[in-house]
Design a protein around this ligand. Structure first.
Ligand SMILES: C[S@@+](CC[C@H](N)C(=O)[O-])C[C@H]1O[C@@H](n2cnc3c(N)ncnc32)[C@H](O)[C@@H]1O
Length: 262
């Protein structure tokens, strides 16, 4: 088992620029496999006929905005959040269209193509900049992950590769699900995606621990925390050439509904 990378290590050693190297769809990389899986799932999920609402909170956004490209079609108000100031700054840079912001256009055009609206990236980009209304500090290990703010409960919470990065063991993962549930309205949806059966992820030359998650454990933990699972999708790993960057065995995508308080 990898030694747990604590919040302090994240603060000092998580380099947003190194992480963003995973988001080059032109390269035949590890990020490519995961990102295209997530984007296809988001595209099918965030439609006005399926998951829609007023406000969506994304927990552990990293320096990224790709996860909102479909969500901005069915949620007007998106709150991005992360534990690290350096990641929040990177999102703000993109939101304000500042020099040096990461170029998301190839991923944006890919999403437009998935949604059947080729060449509409500039419109989506503007819509997405308007939809991301807040970029906030969060910590999923706190009972109120948005503390010291207390946000009104929302329709949807999204989180990708965050809980498995933030949690040391199964007990803290269960507790984090309870913390996350407190942000949702009754009947609201939790959309979780990430890396299954994984122990580490490299970001540049630094190794970050990932909590080893199985489908059985995630199903039990969600049920214990008052969620009903609507969809649990997994995709076994295709590319085995990049095991030195991350040892994930599969990707998962879950849609769950809050039916009880945790
Ligand atoms: C592997 S990255 C995933 C980033 C992004 N969601 C994505 O899809 O690429 C894990 C993220 O979890 C964040 N994180 C780690 N511990 C956290 C905590 N206790 N609360 C919130 N976010 C945390 C990290 O800062 C990092 O941005």
């Amino acid at each position: 088992m990898e030694e747990f990378t604590s919040g302090e290590v994240y603060q000092k050693e998580f380099d947003p620029q190194a992480y963003l190297e995973y988001f080059d769809l032109g390269s035949d990389s590890l990020g490519n496999e995961a990102v295209t899986f997530y984007l296809e799932c988001f595209c099918k999920t965030f439609t006005p006929d399926f998951l829609k609402g007023d406000t969506l909170i994304d927990l552990g956004s990293g320096p990224c905005i790709y996860q909102f490209m479909s969500a901005c079609e069915s949620f007007e108000n998106i709150i991005a959040s992360d534990y690290l100031d350096q990641n929040l700054q990177e999102i703000e840079k993109w939101r304000k269209n500042e020099p040096g912001a990461f170029d998301w256009s190839s991923i944006g055009m890919y999403v437009c193509e998935l949604e059947g609206k080729r060449a509409k990236w500039s419109e989506k980009e503007a819509k997405l900049r308007r939809a991301i209304q807040q970029v906030l500090k969060c910590d999923v290990t706190l009972q109120n992950p948005m503390a010291p703010l207390r946000l009104p409960p929302v329709d949807c919470v999204l989180s990708t590769e965050c809980l498995e990065s933030a949690c040391k063991d199964q007990a803290s993962y269960r507790a984090a699900l309870s913390n996350v549930s407190s942000l949702l309205k009754p009947g609201g949806h939790l959309v979780l995606s990430g890396l299954a059966e994984t122990t580490f992820l490299m970001v540049g030359s630094r190794k970050f621990s990932i909590l080893f998650l199985t489908e059985k454990f995630q199903r039990e933990a969600l049920a214990e925390n008052g969620f009903t699972i609507i969809q649990f999708k997994t995709q076994p790993r295709i590319d085995k050439m990049t095991m030195d960057l991350c040892d994930f065995a599969a990707l998962y995508f879950i849609i769950a509904q809050k039916v009880k308080e945790a």
